[in-house]
Design a protein around this ligand. Structure first.
Ligand code: XMP
Length: 340
């Protein structure tokens, strides 16, 4: 893919927010209360008397942006959760409940069919990512802003997303202006990115200061393409169902590991196995568990053998379609954290 060169001024051009990227002042005094006040003020100025929409995924970045937007705009901010069929078990219900406690109403929009339709037949990682980006921005978000007469979309793009995309490592689903896409011209709405100069650890600090619950500000990262990033090859509802169950098991068993990120990946091939004395062909799951601070580099976690044994047992007994489990011992680089 031919990525355009990253030009920092494009950030301020698209969002009209102060381009404080690599701002030494911020790095020295930290991303504390001053940062929060400044961002709230900037959102207010940009949106003026109009309305904005925040697209919540349940991760720390979009949750932080939603609270900032809510503080800035009150009920002129609409918050939505797109149920694309690729999210983790019970995610829409859990997110609605969590934000209800913060007095923020979240509307769940069912877009499952749209996503599975565009993913059908696609096997190339970048094509899968591009297809997801297109449905989000050109279809789902566009419909929401049109229907509700909204001009601005708030989103939680962070510095690492941009760095990886412009370096050509992989196209992060939410990076647009920095690769030459003008959202206003292409999709008909402006995008505001208040967290663009922050890395993951800094977003966590802001989220905590904003009063988000620990299960959000300490939540492990989850990619924009969601579970589609954890299925090698074509993404189908059947494969997503397998990786969804496996994710619930792995997240539960590694919750106390203290690792930066942990998840299962469903491989594209089948392995021979034997169950009840009968030969079978089953699915292969790889477990990824890494140590990192900002996702730029990562090391595999040295998980105790007992933990790996327990996960293997659970995955192969609770998910009938799985008969083989592997542990990924590759650092980043040369691997990336995700598989697509
Ligand atoms: P990689 O796989 O490039 O991932 O080592 C680095 C970090 O970014 C997350 N990730 C994404 N986050 N949209 C996101 O919001 C994406 O498209 C995306 N792809 C990867 C990944 O989970 C890891 O924490």
């Amino acid at each position: 893919m031919n990525y355009k060169k990253f030009i920092p001024h494009q950030i301020s051009k698209t969002t009209k927010m102060k381009s404080t990227l690599h701002n030494k002042q911020y790095r020295q005094r930290g991303f504390g209360a001053g940062f929060i006040e400044e961002k709230i003020e900037e959102i207010r100025k940009i949106v003026n008397q109009e309305k904005a929409v925040s697209v919540l995924s349940g991760g720390v970045d979009s949750s932080t942006v939603t609270v900032l937007g809510h503080k800035a705009l009150g009920n002129r901010l609409k918050t939505v959760f797109i149920d694309n069929g690729l999210m983790r078990e019970n995610e829409p219900e859990n997110i609605v409940k969590t934000f209800k406690k913060l007095k923020i109403k979240v509307e769940v929009i069912n877009a499952k069919d749209k996503f599975f339709r565009v993913l059908k037949g696609k096997t190339d990682p970048e094509e899968k990512r591009k297809a997801i980006t297109e449905v989000f921005y050109r279809d789902v978000f566009k419909n929401i802003v049109r229907k509700n007469k909204i001009d601005f979309l708030l989103q939680g793009t962070i510095l690492t997303d941009i760095e990886e995309t412009v370096a050509g490592v992989k196209r992060q689903h939410n990076v647009l202006a920095q690769i030459g896409i003008n959202p206003q011209k292409e999709f008909g709405y402006q995008i505001i990115e208040p967290l663009i100069e922050l890395r993951k650890d800094e977003v966590r600090k802001v989220a905590k200061l904003l009063g988000l619950p620990e299960m959000i500000y300490q939540r492990i990262p989850f990619p924009g393409p969601a579970l589609a990033a954890r299925v090698i090859g074509e993404v189908t509802p059947e494969k997503i169902a397998i990786v969804k169950k496996a994710t619930a098991v792995v997240e539960k068993e590694l919750k106390t590991s203290g690792a930066f990120q942990y998840f299962p990946v469903l491989l594209n091939d089948k392995a021979t196995g034997v169950r009840d004395n009968k030969r079978e062909l089953g699915n292969i799951i790889t477990i990824r568990c890494v140590e990192s601070t900002d996702a730029r580099k990562a090391k595999p976690t040295k998980l105790p053998w007992k933990v790996l044994e327990k996960i293997t047992k659970r995955l192969t007994t609770e998910i009938q379609e799985v008969n083989r489990v592997c542990y990924d011992t590759t650092p980043k680089p040369p691997a990336t954290i995700e598989y697509i």
